[in-house]
Design a binder for this molecule. Structure first.
Ligand code: ATP
Length: 206
């Protein structure tokens, strides 16, 4: 089964039609990079995938589940907030600006969602977060706040934070460098390792 399907997705902001019927299939364990002109709607499509934006028409399926809607009597009915949040858990997102909690350490940033949304105990969440931060090469930065970390380090915390929810798909709204095979920065290496591990990924480069 393909992991992400965008079925004739349209998205308008008032009079501006940004997405005009996007059909995209991302197969399991593949990496798809979206490139295109500035303002062409790459981020908008990515945000539709985890339902941060609601498509004006069309639908997104992640792992066979429709984001944001249920089918009832052959009609699309909006899902409840609880259902939407549950489905969103299968989609990890790394934002352009990372969106880390600035008052939390790297460790606390990664522990937060599994404790709050998955009911993990503090001890289990700490164990998992530590392992993930070690995996992205930040084992020595657990107690640092985002302001004490470089941009690339913050980005890796954001990746670890997304992975902490055991997503089926990872969305990266980010690096200009991702398409350049000559660049082997730590962030890119983490992304390559993830791809090698079979993670399905959609990467937007700006
Ligand atoms: N919330 C919003 N309200 C109104 N217009 C929006 C909103 N979000 C995006 N847009 C508009 O939609 C268009 C597509 O924006 P989007 O951010 O998806 O483009 P992009 O392809 O990711 O661009 P870039 O590579 O420059 O970041 C732009 O014209 C933008 O101004």
């Amino acid at each position: 089964m393909s992991k992400v399907n965008s079925l004739n997705v349209h998205k308008s902001f008032d009079d501006l039609e940004v997405l005009k019927g996007i059909n995209l299939t991302v197969e399991d364990a593949t990496v798809v990079c979206l490139i295109g002109a500035s303002g062409s709607g790459k981020s908008t499509l990515l945000r539709c995938v985890n339902h941060l934006e609601t498509p004006t028409a069309g639908a997104i399926l992640v792992d066979g589940q429709m984001m944001g809607y249920n089918v009832k009597n052959d009609q699309l009915v909006e899902a409840s907030e609880k259902e939407i949040n549950k489905r969103r858990e299968s989609v990890g997102m790394v934002f352009q600006a990372f969106n880390l909690f600035c008052h939390m350490t790297a460790l606390e940033n990664v522990m937060h969602a599994p404790m709050r949304l998955k009911g993990l105990s503090k001890a289990k969440a700490r164990e998992k977060a530590t392992a993930l931060l070690e995996k992205v090469g930040l084992g020595d930065r657990l107690r640092n706040y985002p302001s004490q970390l470089s941009g690339g380090q913050q980005q890796r915390v954001a990746i670890a934070r997304a992975l902490a929810m055991d997503p089926k798909v990872m969305l990266f709204d980010e690096p200009t460098s991702a398409l350049d095979p000559e660049l082997v920065g730590e962030v890119l290496q983490v992304m390559r390792d993830l791809a090698d591990s079979g993670m399905t990924m959609v990467v937007v480069t700006h």
